[in-house]
Design a protein around this ligand. Sequence first.
Ligand code: ADP
Length: 493
Amino acid sequence: MTEAIERPASAAPPWEYASAPESTDIVRLDDRYGLFIGGEFVEPKSGRWFPTISPATEETLAEVAEADAADVARAVDAARDAAPAWRALAPAERAKYVFRIARQLQERAREFAVLESLNGGKPIKESRDVDIPLAAAHFFYYAGWADKLEYAFPARGTPAPVGVAGQIIPWNFPLLMAAWKLAPALAAGNTTVLKPAETTPLTALLLAQVMQEAELPGGVVNIVTGAGETGAALVDAPVDKIAFTGSTEVGKIIRRSTAGTGKRLTLELGGKAANIVFEDAPLDQAVEGVINGIFFNQGHVCCAGSRLLVQEPVFDALLGKLKDRLQTLRVGDPLDKNTDVGAINSRAQLEKIEELVESGVEEGAEIYQPECLLPERGFWFRPTLFTGVSQSHRIAREEIFGPVLSILTFRTVDEAVEKANNTPYGLSAGVWTEKGSRILHMAQRLRAGVVWANTFNRFDPTSPFGGYKESGFGREGGLHGLEPYLTFDGGAR
Ligand code: ADP
């Protein structure tokens, strides 16, 4: 399966990196974590607990409570009880709490980064430089809006909070997704019940401790841990709004169960983004963008650039450069500061990636994987490229959510648009070209919520993010992300 890159005999040997592990001393883990309800950690009524592990070593880090429907009901009651006082608080006072959370996140950034990498398997350089700073930035950004809501939405009437929000998040950006959900909800005066993903609950539970330190009134934020059943119980509970980020499959279930209930809903679901390289693109820059687009966070990214569309004249040149670059990616210990690709988040996810990659080989695409030694324990997958991919292949249609890039080619601009849009998803896309007019032309025609030009995977709290078609509806980030948490004139939707 592996094809080694031929190097000229005179070429210098590749650099060897000494190991540079980040210390885990800063993280103090409890043996067990209860549910965070009414400002306190409480034992689950269910009496059930489950282990949470490090996907890089498979060792158990702690036990976490599994909330059943009665536990979820208790959390929703706590949020309901806390709602009147939180809503009545002067907006500038509310903002102070949100600013405090943002500052605490910055102060404890290293602790959060180490814990995120331990529990989720992502490289420490990503949790340290992307996840945690962006999470803090979201709280800062939305704190700033808390006392300016009338100016944020002029001529819409008097803004008021929606009430109690149920928020369900995935495992790929655990703290960042919690921030995307909590920051706008709190700034708009809502109270919340958050359900982290079952494989990555620990940074949300550390965030609960930050809420306590920030003296956030009890019940304003509640955190219930558990798996799909806990999430389903939250969807069915008497909340006013559900915000969900996760798979399209579960998004469809939630859409069905909230239909006709009057609950507001926003869904941020899967993706199969096209990253389109035109012949006039600066190729070396594009290579970095393509690599970042698919290997960032092991490809566990809903907006990952998982379909590379290359204009035919530059296909050979780009492929050569991509293969060379793949050889330099360091796969391994997420806590090593030099690691580029960390552990796959869970055994189930690894099996899903393996199954789809096998289907690619069986359907006739050509696989390329660089030589690299993988650790014996834990869940790992080598960075992978597929060429000779046709649009009907499963690896071109289905979301793999792993470090696997499917490469297709095109000749004309129209063909690029057609192929890029030939997907049930519509979350993101990338365009690489020197021509500004072509960027604008493409951005207008690509059915994707975000179109990056000569870059990829850039996020900012001020910028709305969300999808079309089976990638969901509603936006997070910016003013667009605030709006779903508000009603106007006490009820207009
Ligand atoms: P993935 O397949 O990537 O794990 P999921 O959509 O299954 O994504 O999970 C995203 C979040 O949704 C997780 O917190 C998970 O526990 C939760 N979840 C899973 N099934 C359901 C469900 N039926 N109702 C509500 N939440 C669910």
